[in-house]
Design a protein around this ligand. Structure first.
Ligand code: TRP
Length: 459
């Protein structure tokens, strides 16, 4: 029969749901197992509502990776995996207390949007979420939502990995026909890097051009620089202050690993990344409405900001944002770390020439193939660690082609050089087209995107 129970989802919000007894029993078993895993991983007893922060999300200041003992390190400033296969994303879901994007959710996204799911969803590149079902429930009842994502403009040079959240956000904007705000955290980069305010602001404008080149609809998109918009928008700043009042130093130390010697700008910055999660921060778009739900597509390393945001939201009378999390875009050298703009050989930049792309892939892309052709033909290659193959899962849209490549590489029929050639021929036109579109983006267009104004959408 049916009985009433409180959802047992790990670290989740309090939901009341009706479920059959068998499901409850299974969930209890799972919960018990998760508690054991939790204790093993953290050395702490699980306590509802207390994210496993202190010991797990290691400080960005210290020589972090070596004291985490086979654990993956993932926070907004560091990503490093203990295995060559990269970060164990299933474990991360447990550690962060988010939910897996499962088949059921994929099918719902397709049903509600009326579109086939984006290949980033089909292939598990966006793999985790918080409260996506609630967004879809509301949308089905004709209650709209808005998208929020962002970029820390730390240099002029953006690489292909930086495009992942924007390519996906553009798809979401198209299929749901909803407004989007994009935060350029030039203030954050000023606080964290050795850069001047002017440089950071200039990177905002330059990066905005690459973002605009992804094809966002100017009538539905607002891009803003924190340095400009914070001062110009009283409602935005009010939300920042509300968040600041409700988060203690202890909490941000736990969540972000700040220490006593971090500047106070860093310590209060999370409130600034939280504020765009609330529709009241954008009165020109939402006409003062406080209750337009927000969905944040982002890489999973940004989750600490939004765990904090979701924790504060109800205490300041605002809605918790929902999230869709992506995996990281691996460095050319292997999935153990993500691409970094500061190491030119680890990344394919959006400014690279066809020749540079070819050389980088051939020289630096970590191969899952065997050392000799004979061995490769005999034993086949490993697509799980092969960076060229991993990149194709991001950028080769054709499922059948990708499947065939996987089969052939695994069987040894396809050699590493041939696989690299496929990747090179996928990246070259993609980047050339990006460069072409970016060239079309004028300063006036950037101005237009960055002007606070009403956006074109209905609720
Ligand atoms: N902190 C992010 C970075 O350094 C930028 C950012 C701000 C962001 N708000 C966001 C990213 C929302 C994703 C979603 O890149």
């Amino acid at each position: 029969g049916l009985s009433l129970c409180v959802s047992l989802r790990y670290l989740s919000s309090n939901m009341i749901v009706l479920v059959p007894q068998a499901e409850i029993d299974a969930a209890v078993q799972l919960l018990l197992k998760l508690k054991v895993d939790y204790k093993q991983m953290t050395g702490q007893d699980y306590k509802a509502g207390c994210p496993p922060s202190e010991n797990l999300i290691v400080s960005n200041n210290g020589p972090a990776a070596d004291d985490c003992d086979g654990e993956d390190l993932v926070d907004p400033w560091n990503v490093s995996a203990s295995s060559t296969k990269g970060v164990d994303y299933d474990k991360l879901i447990v550690r962060f207390g988010s939910s897996k994007i499962d088949k059921e959710l994929l099918e719902r996204i397709e049903k509600v949007s009326g579109q086939r799911a984006h290949h980033f969803l089909r292939r598990g590149i966006f793999f985790s979420h918080r409260d996506m079902h609630q967004i879809l429930d509301a949308y089905e009842k004709h209650k709209s939502f808005y998208l929020y994502t962002g970029r820390g403009p730390s240099s002029e040079a953006m690489h292909v990995g930086h495009l992942i959240p924007f390519i996906f956000t553009k798809w979401l904007q198209d299929v749901f026909d909803i407004p989007l705000v994009i935060q350029m955290t030039d203030d954050e980069k000023y606080l964290w890097k050795d850069l001047t305010l002017e440089e950071c602001h200039r990177f905002t404008v330059e990066n905005a051009k690459d973002i605009i080149a992804c094809g966002f609809d100017v009538n539905k998109t607002f891009i803003f620089s924190d340095l400009d918009y914070m001062g110009a928008s009283p409602q935005f700043y009010r939300n920042v202050v509300k968040v600041q009042k409700h988060v203690t130093f202890n909490q941000v130390k736990g969540i972000f690993g700040f220490t006593d010697s971090d500047c106070i700008g860093k310590i209060s910055f999370p409130a600034i990344q939280a504020a765009p999660s609330f529709s009241s921060s954008f009165p020109q778009i939402f006409g003062g409405k406080k209750d337009v739900p927000c969905l944040i597509p982002c890489a999973i390393d940004q989750d600490p900001y939004f765990r904090m945001t979701r924790d504060v939201a109800p205490r300041i009378g605002l809605l918790k944002p929902a999230l869709l999390h992506s995996t990281f875009f691996p460095a050319l050298q292997g999935a153990q770390t993500k691409m970094s703009a500061s190491d030119p050989n680890s990344s394919i930049f959006l400014t690279d020439t066809p020749k540079q792309i070819k050389n980088k892939v051939n020289k630096h892309a970590f191969s899952g193939g065997k050392d000799t052709v004979e061995e490769h033909r005999k034993y086949g290659g490993n697509t799980e660690v092969d960076v060229s193959f991993l990149y194709l899962t991001f950028f080769l849209e054709d499922d059948e082609k990708l499947e065939k490549i996987k089969e052939d590489y695994t069987s040894g029929a396809l050699l590493t050089g041939e696989l690299k050639k496929i990747l090179i021929e996928t990246l070259q036109p993609m980047i050339a087209q990006h460069q072409e579109r970016r060239k079309q983006v004028t300063d006036e267009m950037v101005q237009q995107f960055m002007t606070p104004r009403p956006l074109n959408f209905k609720f």
